[in-house]
Design a binder for this molecule. Structure first.
Ligand code: PEP
Ligand code: MG
Length: 882
């Protein structure tokens, strides 16, 4: 029965459509072979086999071992070589290959098949004895560590002892004889570590190696990486078993990595690195610093030109920038891997735009290729160009942007301090994928070794984290946590600035500036605007933010939080006076003070947004945010009583204390907020309505044009509340019109941010010209979790331990809170088919949530100004994917 499941595919049986089964690497290898690119022959064990083993406590599904055996036999047949044969040995690599690329996160075994029996003919075929013994000792080391779990120290110590004994510095200084002796030692050590259980049968080793790659799918660094990239654990990894080709057979052999375009800038130019007489791992692990690809023309000209042609062919075929690994064995080029290259946000945008210009892809394809959060990185700061400073060292510009932070010397420390909100720069000799949790929490990464394509660089670039790699001559002391750069010693408390775009490192914190948004960025925005259905507005409270939002493509303001206009220290007293007023007379005086401030702010926003709609939300001040703290106020009164110095002040503070006590609430977020305060004190919404209309008329007068005025009532739960508030607003507005002798169009609508409002939206809609979903409060009240307390507490733990997938305050809980939105839209439109609906909670800038809002038919989303470009693109992608 099980023999119906096919777990092993020959190279010629696959192609790119089988990616879910063969993994990215396996499918791309097959595809390359299909289009005539030189690829070493191989077979692939499917992801399905890995998943079956994973679900079965590690036990292989029936038939898998036999199918691998048969696959190997066919590979032997095709290559004319045989695993373990003394005459014509086949050597293979065993590599992981998941559906989504996870660079360096899983295990690899090279040179499998080398043994006491085969090492002699490997030496003979290669004409190089040293090479053969080097392969063999590397194999024992790699296989021992990866498959058998032997500590690296066992081998490293022996290697170091050998070098000391021979009086040499470098591995490459060891002779064939030395390496042969070392191989014997390694075998003995490995056998001892395994209590005599070391196997030297290549077939047995192959099966165990496949199993080890399966198991590496679940190793901690892979888990961390998957989580950060949202890759499902259920996918499993494929395993590629491929004939080895050798880049380390002397100076006519080489290995390298290249991109079809520059992955940092997106420019169409030569980009890559190579090393002669080396194996692939030497390049990607960053152990030897590789040479720029340009130099290969002088060393291996024929292979170089074939490589250029192959790069073009692969890019054209895949219609995307390719990231390739190649090996040259005795002047013959082999491609070992191609995949769509990870790239910076800037390069993502540039390549997408260029490829549209080149006719390679359509604008819609370009939009689908740019992840909205990539745009975020483009909005990140760089170093102020007007600031001159001399760098203390210059390494490779591995991942662009600028980063300022205190030094951290290990990943755990960086994860801890970075997680606690400190800005840190992780400094490592070379980063390994085990450092990933630290990299993720750091502002930037600085390494002493490694090239542009080392893991540190690839991972940081993918995550948009600034990285300077291979900084020459820096000396890191991880024990004492210091780094010596030039003559200066820097410690944990010292701050540096990295320029990931130039590779420069500076002492101290340099001033940063926001990046300029270029023409390509603008073009993507224009294409997105043509493709999207959802409108995009911004949340802003002043002229500057509104102007920025408009510059970034906002089509209006979806939320101006009027209470935010009072956050400044010089304005807070006026609001306090208004709330704490003991009678209407006092309140009227406070409101008279506030009205001109509000009007001036509104004029600023309206000027920035003229011609577009602006939703002004009436006051929604959670009282605890705006009132003096009860305890502090009590202490203040006590102090004044004790000193007895200022009787008048004492009386005033006592009166305030009495009011604070009266207004004190146990749950202020569920208390006298929003329209509830306005219901108690109608003079507040009245004043605000007047200020809005006066501002709109003043801007009309001054600019000849004003905004579409939308007045929004917050925290409504009952139709009767909205009716009462609407009446107050309309009366004030009409009175202003009459006084001014002028009119303009305006709307009165409401926020839907209480479940009751969503559920009774058909009634609420009777009083509303529009709805705007306040998904912050709707999440708080819909799930019943405090938006102020939960994230640092249990909610963080829930996300960490995957009780829930995502923080519902960041990304909408579509299953639960989303239903309230959907019901609200449906019921509201049942009453008023043309009811305008939008969202202004934080979810308005979150791509996944935007997809949901598009689906339920909202008219627009509103988000913070810097997220406007992201929202425009996300809305376009939602429309294209729908
Ligand atoms: C909301 O609740 O989603 C909202 C936009 O209002 P605020 O965040 O000001 O409570
Ligand atoms: Mg709210």
């Amino acid at each position: 029965m099980t023999d119906q499941t096919k777990y092993v595919y020959d190279l010629s049986e696959g192609d790119v459509t089988l990616k879910p089964l063969l993994g990215g690497k396996g499918a791309n290898l097959a595809e390359m072979a299909k289009i005539g690119v030189p690829v070493p022959d191989a077979f692939t064990v499917t992801t399905q086999a890995c998943v079956a083993a994973m679900n079965n406590g590690g036990d292989w599904p029936e038939g898998l071992a036999d199918q691998i055996d048969a696959g190997l036999a066919r590979l032997e047949e095709r290559t004319g070589k045989k695993l373990g044969s003394a005459e014509n040995p086949l050597l293979v690599s065993v590599r992981s290959g998941a559906v989504f690329s996870m660079p360096g996160m899983m295990d690899t075994i090279l040179n499998l098949g080398i043994s006491d029996d085969t090492v002699g003919s490997v030496a003979q075929l290669a004409g190089n004895e040293r090479f053969a013994w080097d392969c063999y000792r590397r194999f024992i080391q790699m296989y021992g560590e990866v498959v058998e779990g032997i500590s690296p120290h066992v081998f490293e110590d022996a290697l170091t002892a050998m070098k000391v004994d021979r009086g040499v510095d470098q591995d490459t200084d060891l002779t064939a004889e030395d390496l042969k002796a070392l191989t014997d030692q390694f075998k003995e050590l490995a056998n001892r570590e395994l209590g005599g259980e070391w196997t030297s049968d290549p077939k047995e080793q192959l099966l165990r190696a496949v199993n080890a790659v399966f198991a590496s799918w679940l190793n901690p660094r892979a888990e961390v990486y998957r989580k950060s990239q949202g890759i499902s654990r259920d996918l499993g990894t494929a395993v590629n078993v491929q004939m080895m080709v050798f880049g380390n057979r002397g100076e006519t052999s080489a290995t390298g990595v290249c991109f079809s375009r520059n992955p940092s800038t997106g420019a169409k130019e030569l980009y890559g690195e190579f090393l002669t007489n080396a194996q692939g791992e030497d390049v990607v692990a960053g152990i030897r610093t590789p040479r720029p690809l340009e130099e290969m023309e002088g060393v291996l000209p024929e292979a170089f030109h074939e490589l250029l042609a192959t790069m073009d062919k692969l890019e054209l075929h895949n219609k995307d920038m390719q990231d390739m690994e190649f090996t040259i064995e005795d002047r013959k080029l082999y491609m070992l891997q191609t995949r769509n290259g990870k790239r910076t946000a800037a390069a993502t945008v540039k390549t997408a735009v260029d490829m549209v210009d080149e006719g390679l892809i359509t604008t819609d394809e370009a939009l689908l290729r740019i992840n909205p959060s990539d745009l975020d990185a483009l909005l990140h700061p760089g170093i102020d160009p007007n600031h001159t400073a001399t760098s203390i060292v210059k390494g490779l510009p591995a991942s662009p942007g600028a980063a300022v932070g205190a030094l951290s010397f290990n990943a755990d420390d960086a994860a801890e301090r970075g997680g606690a909100g400190e800005q840190v720069i992780l400094v490592r000799y070379e980063t390994t994928p085990d450092d990933i949790h630290g990299v993720m929490k750091a502002q930037g990464v600085l390494t002493a070794h490694g090239g542009m394509t080392s893991h540190a660089a690839v991972v940081a670039r993918g995550m948009g984290i600034t990285c300077v790699a291979g900084a020459p001559g820096i000396k890191i002391d991880t024990i004492n946590e210091t780094v010596t750069i030039g003559d200066t010693v820097y410690g944990k408390d010292d701050v540096v600035t990295l320029n990931g775009s130039t590779g420069e490192v500076f002492a101290g914190a340099l001033p940063l500036v926001p990046p300029a948004i270029n023409e390509d960025f603008e073009k993507v925005g224009e294409w997105a605007d043509q493709a999207r259905r959802l409108g995009v507005r911004a949340n802003a409270e002043n002229f500057e933010d509104a102007s920025k939002a408009r510059e970034l493509g906002a089509e209006g303001i979806g939320l101006a939080r009027t209470e935010h206009m009072f956050m400044a220290a010089d304005r807070l007293p006026a609001v306090r006076k208004m709330i704490l007023a003991e009678n209407e007379e006092q309140r009227a005086a406070a409101l008279a003070e506030i009205l001109p401030m509000q009007q001036a702010d509104f004029e600023g926003i309206f000027t920035a947004m003229k011609g577009l709609p602006v939703t002004v939300r009436l006051l929604d001040p959670p009282l605890h945010e705006f009132l003096p703290n009860l305890v502090d106020q009590s202490v203040l009164v006590k102090e004044l009583e004790l000193t007895g110095a200022d009787a008048a002040k004492l009386e005033a503070e006592k009166a305030t204390l009495a009011q604070v006590k009266k207004l004190h609430e146990q749950n202020p977020m569920l208390g006298t907020r929003g329209c509830r305060l306005a219901m108690l004190y109608p003079s507040i919404p009245e004043m605000q309505a007047r200020a809005i209309i006066r501002a709109a008329l003043a801007v009309l007068e001054r600019e000849g044009e004003t905004v579409g005025v939308e007045i929004m009532i917050p925290l409504v739960a009952f139709e009767s509340e909205l009716k009462a508030q609407r009446d107050i607003v309309v009366a004030a507005v009409e009175d202003e019109f009459e006084k001014a002798g002028k009119k303009l169009d305006y709307l009165v609508g409401t926020m839907i941010e209480i479940p009751r409002a969503a559920l009774t939206a058909d009634q609420i809609a009777n009083q509303a010209d529009f709805f705007s979903f306040g998904t912050n409060d709707l999440t708080q009240t819909g799930i019943g979790i405090s938006r102020d307390d939960a994230e640092a507490g249990f909610l963080g733990a829930y996300v960490e331990t995957e009780v829930i997938e995502k923080n519902p305050f960041e990304s909408l809980d579509a299953d639960g809170v989303g239903q309230l939105v959907a019901i609200g839209v449906e019921k509201g439109r049942a009453t008023k088919p043309d009811l305008k609906t939008g969202v202004c909670g934080e979810h308005g800038g979150d791509p996944a949530s935007i997809e949901f809002f598009n689906k339920v038919g909202l008219d627009y989303v509103s988000c913070s100004p810097f997220r406007v470009p992201i929202a425009r693109l996300a809305a376009a992608r939602a429309a294209l994917q729908a």
